[in-house]
Design a protein around this ligand. Structure first.
Ligand code: NI
Length: 255
């Protein structure tokens, strides 16, 4: 099963042609798409898209680190209420992002830890976003790690040492997207030293568009280009890569 485990095609970037984007994904063989939430603003459009085909889409709930500010306690209360009201396939996306702004580092850590605790309480996988914050992020996950904690480090682009530290947690996968197709990316050399048994595929659409479409809007159909790049790296047929990563995603998100 070709699964896009991280796609924001509910965002306004797709308002003009969302149905065609979904049709192109299905035509490319995509069998399922996970829709990670960002914050209060994205919940309604995400739900609306999920409702169009509940067998094809799965929504998640969480507060994204770049949406954490001085009002974060109110926002967390909002996540808590939403979480109690209906089922979700994961907590996400959550984590720590110090690339854009370090002002709310402490608040980001508190919000992340609270949401890790909810992932454990609700027995849900967690979709982790980190940027320029690997040490802070892994420290939080290691602190909360237990037999129930599992998830994905989405948009993984780190070193072999970082990958090994994530995988030694036990229940975690690395989310691989178009970055692996970028000419200047060292990611393929890191992945060569890891088994595809630890990987799931994603696009992060509309961002991080794979080659040869770089510079344009990304969409879920392009997850196949990520699978093709992994097939090159592992010198395995693309269908094997799709099967292995699809099994990983199915297991992680209970699809
Ligand atoms: Ni995302």
């Amino acid at each position: 099963m070709l699964i896009d485990t991280h796609s924001h095609i509910y965002l306004s970037e797709f308002d003009e042609d969302r149905a065609e984007v979904v049709n192109r994904a299905k035509a490319a063989g995509v069998a399922h798409i996970i829709l990670p939430n960002v914050d209060k603003e994205t919940l309604e459009p995400m739900w609306a898209l999920e409702a169009t085909d509940t067998k094809f889409f799965s929504a998640t709930i969480g507060l994204h680190p770049t949406s954490v500010d001085a009002e974060y306690k109110k926002e967390l209360e909002w996540v808590k209420n939403k979480l109690a009201r209906r089922p979700y396939c994961a907590i996400g996306e959550v984590g720590i992002d110090l690339y854009w702004d370090k002002t709310f580092r402490e608040e980001q850590i508190i919000a992340f830890e609270q949401q890790l605790q909810w992932a454990i309480d609700y027995d849900l996988p967690v979709i982790i976003h980190q940027r320029d914050a690997f040490e802070d992020t892994i420290a939080c996950v290691e602190k909360y790690n237990c037999s129930k904690l599992r998830g994905v480090f989405h948009s993984f682009g780190g070193s072999l040492e970082e990958a090994q530290r994530i995988l030694s947690l036990g229940g975690f996968y690395l989310g691989i997207n178009g970055v692996v197709t970028f000419k200047n990316s060292k990611l393929s050399h890191v992945l060569e030293q890891l088994s595809p048994e630890y990987l799931v595929l994603e696009t992060d659409a509309p961002y991080l568009t794979p080659a040869p479409h770089r510079g344009k809007r990304n969409e879920s159909a392009y997850v196949r280009l990520v699978a093709q790049k992994l097939a090159e790296i592992y010198q395995q047929p693309v269908n094997e890569i799709i099967e292995i990563t699809g099994k990983n995603a199915t297991k992680l998100f209970s699809l």
